[in-house]
Design a protein around this ligand. Structure first.
Ligand SMILES: [Zn+2]
Length: 255
């Protein structure tokens, strides 16, 4: 009954063995996979994946690290893609102060367009944020976002986690918590209510501890569950049930 709420299954590195990747995920109980598009040319690709595999849904957006000077015009066409039943979110979008080719002012304009679309479509946001929380929080406060969103691959302090959770945002929990040295993030994840958490792998990125340098894949969401179960000292069955409820509340179009 697990969902990988953030998996780039459309990336080329899965072209050769995507079926096998999906089979390995199904074998460990991954029932649903949400694929966030990172650029406009990926939109048809993620929609086609959802058409082909009934357990795949997707988000539409432009990732700040994949953005270009055309992105602002491209994002204007985004609402046309939202009517498909497989589209469950807006994203991946956000702010990245480290790796984006756009400056932060341009990124904020681009993100703001996503927020307007998310608000009109009443869809949740799949948010990427790197060293820009101080800019993201006020931006979220300025928009009415009925579907809220998830801070994917959350890492940070308890205080930062609570800034999002008290605004109704979820935290995406991935491979980070499998690293013992990630003490701050582990403590933050352990301190928020369990109903604010979604599991994810961010495949092919964010390998689990011990898997560094390898391609990550959605089957590893099971290991993230086990790590979270230990961290929270909760039985993994009960935790998985709670997480399934979190997913169906968050992605209200999820089948
Ligand atoms: Zn991502």
């Amino acid at each position: 009954m697990l969902t990988d709420s953030h998996c780039h299954l459309d990336f080329e590195c899965f072209d050769a063995d995507r079926e096998a990747v999906l089979q390995r995920a199904a074998l460990v109980g991954v029932e649903h996979i949400v694929v966030p598009a990172v650029a406009a040319e990926h939109w048809p690709r993620v929609a086609a994946l959802a058409g082909r595999y009934p357990n795949v849904s997707y988000g539409l957006g432009i990732h700040p690290c994949f953005a270009s000077e055309h992105s602002l015009t491209e994002v204007e066409t985004l609402p046309q893609g939202l009517q498909q039943p497989g589209c469950v979110a807006i994203g991946e979008c956000g702010l990245d102060a480290v790796n984006s080719p756009l400056n932060l002012a341009e990124q904020q304009r681009l993100l703001e367009r996503h927020l307007v679309v998310a608000s009109e479509a009443q869809l949740p946001l799949l948010l990427h944020v790197r060293k820009a929380h101080h800019l993201l929080l006020p931006l979220l406060d300025r928009h009415s976002l009925p579907g809220r969103g998830v801070i994917h691959g959350f890492s940070g302090s308890r205080e930062l986690a609570m800034e999002y959770v008290r605004r109704g945002y979820r935290l995406g929990v991935g491979g980070v918590i499998t690293y013992a040295r990630a003490t701050k993030t582990r403590a933050a994840i352990a301190s928020v209510p369990v109903d604010a958490l979604l599991l994810e792998t961010d495949s092919p990125d964010m390998p689990l501890c011990g898997q560094q340098g390898k391609r990550n894949e959605p089957a590893s969401v099971q290991s993230v569950l086990q790590a979270l179960s230990q961290l929270l000292d909760l039985p993994s069955d009960a935790l998985a049930e709670q997480l399934a409820r979190n997913n169906s509340r968050f992605f209200n179009r999820l089948v």
